[in-house]
Ligand binder design. Structure first.
Ligand SMILES: Cc1ncc(COP(=O)(O)O)c(C=O)c1O
Length: 376
């Protein structure tokens, strides 16, 4: 049986043609017409004014934090339910993350806990320098209350939309909230450039500064002169060409992942103890990954029993993110709440959701799940 992956790359458009165009034009390094065009295409697609194409989403987060003024000794609030790349760049700046739990209704950051933490920070006389809020598994966070409270406290918001390209919140696209937004084109994302990311903003200065820092912060001089520490963070023209080809089919990929999500929901709806990530009424997800929770008391199996069984049948699945406040590297960091995401981690599983999946592939997963739940 062929291996089924969680979210493999799906190259189904003009990628080859555009990559060849870049190759033949000899623009094969970290600048060129495909980079400019990819930035333009992303701006058009999500409705934002400025964008800088970068080597990864992590690089975009790092630059967003630097441009928000995050420095040694600062605190930065961050969703606890996420991949480590949301929090790691906070430490690159010498700052410490403070984690905020999710609410069960959206699995995203709980705005009430955020407000509690900001109140407590004000009492202590040390407000955080920024907030990194994550749009989890392709679903936007609840931005209205988050932006409102951060505005009250003067805390800049960085939207980590790495997993949520094409998702919307009240009609606006993921990545367009707060001061800056971060996208990822890593190999497992809804569109990929093999590796890559983008920083987007309605503020021209941020994006110009990001481009400057991402190209080793060279001063305007004929010789090499540097007055700032810089980084080598730009995206190559060849990879931008791949991104353009992928972006042309983003809507199709979202529709396919949505159909996969529907198929899983319908095929497993009668199994007691299996639930799905809730879809919040405020927006439309991009359905990046279909995620379930397994209540072992009702279903008589655990998420790990299911994962091992799928693995035996050559099918990849993964536990939900292990919250950052449970990670050994962040054990000394403060957390507000924590119980919601601890339970999600204990019971959750991501199912294969790639936009190249066939109905027969999905049926394979469903059959195994139904079998193990019927005969634990
Ligand atoms: C929530 C989140 N933030 C940031 C990143 C980092 O993106 P990249 O892998 O492009 O550095 C990822 C994924 O990799 C992610 O899932």
């Amino acid at each position: 049986m062929k291996r089924l992956y969680l979210s493999p790359p799906d190259l189904d458009g003009r990628e080859r043609e555009l990559i060849l165009e870049a190759y033949e034009s000899n623009w094969i390094t970290t600048l060129g017409p495909q980079v400019d065009a990819f930035e333009h295409d992303i701006c058009e697609h999500i409705g934002v004014s400025y964008a800088a194409a970068l080597s990864s989403g992590t690089a975009a987060l790092h630059l967003a934090l630097l441009l928000s003024g995050v420095k040694q000794g600062d605190e930065v609030l961050c969703s606890t339910f996420t991949f480590a790349a949301s929090a790691n760049p906070i430490t690159y700046c010498g700052a410490s993350p403070v984690f905020i739990d999710s609410n069960a209704a959206t699995w995203n950051m709980d705005p009430l806990l955020l407000e509690e933490e900001l109140q407590s920070c004000r009492k202590k006389g040390k407000l955080p320098r920024a907030l990194v809020v994550v749009d989890l598994y392709g679903q936007c966070a609840d931005y209205d209350p988050i932006l409102k409270v951060c505005d009250e406290y003067g805390v800049p918001v960085i939207a980590d939309a790495a997993e949520a390209l094409g998702a919307t919140y009240k009609g606006k696209f993921a990545g367009t909230f707060g001061k800056m937004g971060v996208l990822s084109f890593n190999g497992n994302k809804i569109i990929t450039t093999s590796g890559g990311g983008m920083l987007v903003s309605s503020n021209k200065e941020f994006i110009e500064s990001a481009r400057f820092l991402a190209t080793q912060a060279r001063d305007a001089a004929p010789h090499y002169q540097h007055s700032h520490i810089g980084y080598n963070y730009r995206l190559s023209n060849i990879l931008a060409a791949m991104g353009r080809g992928q972006l042309e089919n983003l809507d199709k990929k979202i529709a396919h992942r949505k159909a996969i999500n529907k198929f899983y929901r319908e095929s497993l709806s009668d199994i007691s103890g299996i639930d799905f990530m809730p879809i919040a009424s405020y927006g439309k997800p991009n359905y990046w990954l279909t995620c379930i929770t397994v209540d072992p008391l009702q279903s008589k199996v655990t998420n790990e029993d299911i994962r091992l069984k799928l693995e035996k049948e050559n099918i990849e699945s993964r536990p939900l993110w292990k919250p950052m406040h449970l990670q050994p590297i962040f054990q000394s960091c403060r957390v507000r709440g924590g119980a919601v995401t601890e339970k999600l981690f204990a019971e959750g599983l991501c199912l294969p959701s790639g936009s190249g999946m066939m109905v027969s592939d999905q049926q394979r997963v469903v059959d195994i799940l139904r079998k193990i739940c019927s005969f634990p």
